[in-house]
Design a protein around this ligand. Structure first.
Ligand SMILES: Nc1nc2c(ncn2[C@@H]2O[C@H](COP(=O)(O)OP(=O)(O)OP(=O)(O)O)[C@@H](O)[C@H]2O)c(=O)[nH]1
Ligand SMILES: [Mg+2]
Length: 194
């Protein structure tokens, strides 16, 4: 997809502050620090439209980016980081659930997994919500540059087994090498037109 424009539009601290549900949306979700913001930047070919961070839990709001004046990328706050203040953790679930539940124009959720980690109960809970709300899901395994190609397939199998999804369901991605960028775009485009 040719990116003619990519503009940060707003940061919502509650689902009811989201833009009016007119244009389609693709949301990005996953553990804190998994690489959501980095994936969005690589997809858009922008170095730092979305703030990335070595400190997990950086994105605590729902951030909306308008692409080609045609659809939104939505960067959801990550889950599962121990050092996030309790108050923020308490707000996370109702905020994210309300967003997912309410969004008729939400075409797909890109759910990220770290190639080096086994999915935990937070990831499974997210998968369960997506299924419950009937939201098409694009599972992406990221940071694949961090493991050897030999280790990659065994890690993909582990992640598949833990989530109950088939290994072929996952796109492999790296924000460093940009591997997988076209594959993820293809899946996003087909969700947008579904
Ligand atoms: N090697 C490698 N590092 C990555 C990759 N993607 C992200 N990172 C690094 O991982 C860290 C977290 O990346 P972010 O994109 O900020 O992660 P996030 O999921 O948006 O994090 P929160 O907003 O805090 O939930 C940063 O130091 C990134 O540079 C990748 O594909 N490969
Ligand atoms: Mg982020």
């Amino acid at each position: 997809m040719e990116i003619k424009s990519a503009v940060f539009v707003k940061s919502a601290v509650a689902a009811d502050q989201a833009p009016s549900p007119i244009l389609n949306e693709i949301a990005f979700v996953g553990k804190s620090n998994v690489g959501k913001s980095s994936l969005i930047n690589v997809l858009l070919g922008r170095r730092s439209l979305v703030r990335t961070s070595k400190t997990p839990g950086r994105t605590q709001h729902i951030n909306f980016f308008l692409i080609n004046e045609n659809f939104y990328f939505v960067d959801l706050p990550g889950y599962g980081f121990a050092k996030v203040p309790l108050e923020v953790k308490r707000q996370w679930e109702p905020m994210v659930r309300k967003y997912l539940f309410d969004r008729s124009i939400l075409k797909a959720v890109v759910l990220l997994f770290d190639i080096r980690r086994v999915p935990n109960s937070d990831d499974i809970r997210m998968l369960d919500w997506l299924e419950e709300y009937n939201i098409p899901t694009i599972p992406v395994i990221t940071k694949v540059d961090k493991v050897s190609s030999g280790k990659r397939s065994s890690q993909v199998s582990k992640i598949a087994e833990q989530t109950g999804l088939p290994p072929q369901a996952f796109s492999c991605f790296s924000a460093v090498t940009r591997e997988g960028r076209d594959d993820v775009w293809e899946r996003i485009i087909s969700s947008l037109s579904a």
